[in-house]
Design a protein around this ligand. Structure first.
Ligand SMILES: Cc1ncc(C[n+]2csc(CCOP(=O)(O)OP(=O)(O)O)c2C)c(N)n1
Ligand SMILES: [Mg+2]
Length: 388
């Protein structure tokens, strides 16, 4: 007959289980929100610039400036194309929040992965996608990255670490979690960044994905863009939290609040979080405080926005103006150097746009190919009986 466990041995067994359940060790509840790079009021009425504390070298700062201008000017060109009815679908601007996408993506290593959303064109450009691909994609041209099958930033480039997003908000969080599990199995040390809006954070997929990443201690950085709106819904009607960063406590992961209009702060905070994640610390939530100065897309007349609000942000808290002031005040460059960068960017955009405009539209029947793996699923054509 098997020996009955004594009271003491049952107790020690429970102790072992309890120990295993007690992961990770540490205090029971700790709100780990770093506000080192959070927005602050301008001192003595001085205009805002960028954070002083940076490890970036002058060449890198100028490269950041180039990406900021590139993002803004590519989008301006897209608006022109839209007004000429050359764009298929909508144009989604990141006007006023370019520093978030550019600064965060610039902190990554070439092998790291991102999945952007519609306000993150800057991150796509930092990852090495050329403006010509963006123009051709928005115009649904045959030479575009999806060959006219999809629009705007709905394409990807695995080689460059750019996972194309699908429209369903929140769903890319579990996808990036899967990418990181795959990388871990292949013993690849990469970090992945998933961008999400204040609206997208209210989805079930966001919660499930981030919870799993946290439990698995995966190096996932979630950049939560607090830009005050989801379509016309203000963030105050989206969440009862004051700061999106508070949500990290529910997953047991650290979070940061960063001034999303300070490109240097966005870089620094992401660099710090990426180092932590790469060292095995696990997932991090970074909330970038910013403001969406255009409507959801070009068709949106923003009638729901309070009077003068957009003008206030344009005049007092524009990320490009702030960084220009910073570069000039810190003597990183003189005005003529900045003008030279803008001329070069403008020239590149003209060339790339002309190339994209010269592309043909795709042939209709080709759209049936390359949607599924055609070695498994044959392309679907309309049965002749329906043609009549
Ligand atoms: C699950 C899901 N619900 C609704 C939509 C429709 N939709 C597309 S963008 C958008 C607003 C998103 O707001 P936010 O997440 O704050 O991002 P922002 O546009 O401000 O960058 C909505 C509701 C969607 N694509 N997916
Ligand atoms: Mg939003």
């Amino acid at each position: 007959m098997a020996e009955q466990p004594t009271k003491t041995s049952r107790k020690s067994e429970q102790g072992a289980h309890a120990k295993r359940r007690d992961r990770p060790p540490g205090p029971r509840f700790e709100m780990r929100i770093s506000t080192k790079y959070a927005p602050h009021e301008p001192s003595e009425g001085k205009p805002l610039t960028c954070t002083d504390e940076t490890s970036l070298k002058p060449d890198q700062l100028l490269e950041l400036y180039r990406y900021l201008k590139l993002t803004r000017l590519v989008e301006e060109r897209l608006v022109n194309l839209y007004r000429q009815t050359k764009v298929v679908g909508g144009v989604f601007r990141s006007l006023g929040q370019e520093a978030t996408a550019v600064g965060t993506a610039y902190a990554l290593q070439p092998g790291d992965f991102i999945t952007p959303l519609i306000r993150d064109l800057g991150a796509v450009l930092v990852k090495g996608i050329r403006p010509r691909d963006i123009f051709a994609q928005y115009m649904a041209k045959a030479w575009g990255p999806s060959g006219g099958r999809d629009l705007n930033i709905h394409f990807g480039d695995m080689g460059k670490g750019f996972i194309g997003p699908i429209s369903h908000l929140g769903d890319m969080i579990p996808v990036m979690t899967g990418i990181l599990i795959g990388a871990r199995m292949q013993k690849k040390e990469i970090v992945a960044v998933a961008y999400i809006g204040d609206g997208g954070m209210s989805t079930g997929a966001f919660h499930e994905g981030l919870n799993f990443a946290a439990v698995q201690r995966l190096p996932l950085l979630v950049i939560a863009e607090y830009n005050h709106f989801a379509y016309s819904t203000p963030t105050s009607l989206q969440t009862a939290c004051r700061d999106l960063a508070e949500k990290a406590a529910g997953y047991g992961i650290p979070s940061h609040i960063v001034d999303g209009n300070d490109v240097v702060a966005c870089y620094e905070v992401t660099k710090h979080a990426a180092d932590y994640a790469r060292r095995g610390g696990g997932a991090v939530l970074i909330e970038a405080k910013t403001y969406r100065r255009k409507g959801h897309a070009e068709h949106d007349d923003q009638r729901y926005v309070a009077p003068d609000e957009i003008e206030w942000w344009e005049k007092h808290n524009d990320p490009v103006d702030r960084f220009e002031k910073y570069l000039l005040e810190k003597n990183v460059a003189k005005q003529d150097k900045l003008d030279e960068i803008v001329s070069e960017v403008t020239r590149a955009i003209e060339e790339d746009c002309a190339w994209a405009e010269s592309s043909p539209l795709p042939e209709g029947e080709k759209a049936a190919y390359g949607v599924f793996d055609n070695s498994i699923v044959p392309p679907a054509f309309r049965p002749p009986v329906l043609e009549k």
